[in-house]
Design a protein around this ligand. Structure first.
Ligand code: PLP
Length: 383
C-alpha cells in the first residue's frame, strides 16, 4: 500500500482506475472468467462483454466497432499500425512524414521502419510545438504513403490542427495515422470529422486499467498482420484477449464520454488559475501559453536555476520532467529540444497534469511548494 502525503499531479503519465470501473471489472476475474473465444455458454457471455466494451471504446471516438482492435496499450497499437501498414503497402510508396515531438512509441517504431528501407521526413515545429504547415506541404511527395502526427502532445498538451493536416495529406492520397492517447477523455475526438485513418490510444490514461489499449483502423485501410497465432481480433492481435481489462477500458471510455464536457470545463478553470499564479513568479514561463492545449496540462519553465536541484525541492508534489516513460533518465526532453529549448531550460521545465479529483486546494498547496522551492534555490545560489 502506497502511503504518501504528496499531491499527485502526473495524470498524463497514468491515472488511477475509476472506482466504478474496478467494480465493473471484478466479476470478470472470478465469475465470468471464460475464454471469450470458447464456443459454449460461458464463452458467449465473455464474448458479449468484450463486444460491449468494443462498442463503448468505439463510441468515444465516433468509430465503428469493426474498426477497433484491442491491444495491450498505445505502444503495441502503434507497432501494429505502423509496421502493419508498411508491410501491406510497401508498393504504394516508402516515404513517411512525421514530427520530432511524437512519443517514443511512434519515433522508435519509425526508426525500425527506416532500418527496413523507409525514408522518414520530420516536419519542423515552432517554439510552441506547432507543426509548420507550409513545410509539411512541401514535404509531401507522390511516394508519401503515410503521415504520422499526434493530436495532443503528452508533455506540453499542445493540440495540432489534425483536421487541416489530414486534409492536406488526403489531397496527396497519403494515409493519416494519429496518436490520440493524450487527447481522448480530455477533448472531443471525432475520428471521422478529423479525417484520421489510423489511431492509437490507451486505457490507463482515462481511468481504466493498464495493459489495455486500442488501434482504430478505418475500414478503408488494409494492414498486414505481423504477429501470428489464433484468429483473435481478426488475426491482427492473436492470443486470448484480456477480458477484465477490456471491460474496464470500455467502461472507462463510457464514463469519459459522458463526463467529458464537465471535466474539461472544470480542469480548464483550474489550469487557468494555476497558470496565472505561476506567471506572477519571476522568470517563470508557461510553454505554448497562447496555443490550444489540453485543459489538464501545464508545462512551465524556470529560468536561471539548476533544474534537477529545483525538481528535488518540489518535494510535496508528484510532477514530471520530460516524458514519463523516460523519466528515470535525466536527458533534456526531445519534445522541448525540438521546440528550440536550450538544454538548461529544458532541464528546468516541468509538466503538471491535472485529473478528475484534483482540487483548487491541491493546486494552492502545489503552488506554495513550487514558489518556496524556487525562492529557496535562488537564495542558495546567491550565497
Ligand atoms: C502520447 C502517448 N503516446 C503513447 C503512449 C504509450 O502508451 P502505453 O503506455 O499505453 O503504451 C503514451 C504514454 O505515455 C503517450 O503519452
Amino acid at each position: 500500500m502506497i502511503k504518501s502525503e504528496k499531491i499527485y499531479l502526473d495524470y498524463n503519465a497514468t491515472t488511477p482506475v475509476h472506482e466504478q470501473v474496478l467494480d465493473e471489472m471484478l466479476p470478470y476475474f472470478t465469475q465470468n472468467f471464460a475464454n471469450p473465444h470458447s464456443d459454449h455458454a460461458f464463452g458467449w457471455d465473455a464474448s458479449e462483454a468484450l463486444e460491449q466494451a468494443r462498442k463503448q471504446v468505439a463510441d468515444l471516438i465516433n468509430a465503428n466497432t469493426s474498426e477497433i482492435t484491442f491491444t495491450s496499450g498505445a505502444t503495441e497499437a502503434a507497432n501494429l499500425a505502423l509496421l502493419g501498414f508498411a508491410k501491406e503497402n510497401r508498393n504504394k510508396g516508402q516515404h513517411i512524414i512525421s514530427c520530432k515531438t511524437e512519443h517514443k512509441a511512434i519515433l522508435e517504431t519509425l526508426n525500425a521502419l527506416e532500418k527496413d528501407g523507409y525514408e522518414i521526413s520530420y516536419v519542423e515545429v515552432n517554439c510552441d510545438g506547432i507543426v509548420d504547415l507550409e513545410q509539411f506541404q512541401s514535404l509531401l511527395r507522390p511516394d508519401t504513403s503515410m503521415v504520422v502526427m499526434m493530436l495532443a502532445n503528452n508533455e506540453t498538451g499542445v493540440i495540432q490542427d489534425i483536421t487541416k493536416i489530414s486534409e492536406l495529406a488526403h489531397q496527396n492520397a497519403s494515409v493519416v495515422m494519429s496518436d490520440i492517447t493524450q487527447a481522448v477523455g480530455k477533448i472531443d475526438v471525432d475520428i471521422k470529422a478529423m479525417g484520421i485513418d489510423l489511431a492509437i490510444f490507451s486505457s490507463h490514461k482515462i481511468y481504466g486499467p493498464k495493459g489495455a489499449g486500442a488501434l482504430y483502423s478505418s475500414s478503408k485501410i488494409d494492414l498486414e498482420r505481423y504477429m501470428y497465432g489464433g484468429n483473435q481480433e481478426n488475426g491482427m492481435r492473436p492470443g486470448t484477449v484480456n477480458v477484465p481489462a477490456m471491460v474496464g477500458f470500455g467502461f472507462a471510455a463510457e464514463i469519459a464520454k459522458n463526463e467529458l464536457q464537465k471535466t474539461s470545463e472544470e480542469l480548464l478553470l483550474l489550469r487557468t488559475n494555476f497558470e496565472r499564479q505561476l506567471q506572477a513568479l519571476e522568470d517563470v514561463q508557461i510553454t505554448a501559453k497562447d496555443q490550444d492545449r489540453l485543459p489538464n496540462t501545464i508545462s512551465f519553465s524556470v529560468h536561471n536555476v539548476d533544474g534537477d536541484a529545483l525538481y528535488r525541492r518540489m518535494n510535496r508534489i508528484v510532477i514530471s520532467r520530460g516524458s514519463a516513460c523516460t523519466s528515470n533518465i535525466i536527458d533534456a526532453s526531445h519534445v522541448l529540444t525540438a521546440m528550440g529549448f536550450e538544454e538548461k531550460l529544458a532541464l528546468a521545465t516541468y509538466r503538471v497534469s491535472l485529473g478528475r479529483t484534483t482540487t483548487q486546494q491541491n493546486l494552492n498547496l502545489a503552488f506554495e511548494n513550487i514558489q518556496t522551492a524556487i525562492n529557496s534555490i535562488r537564495k542558495t545560489s546567491l550565497v
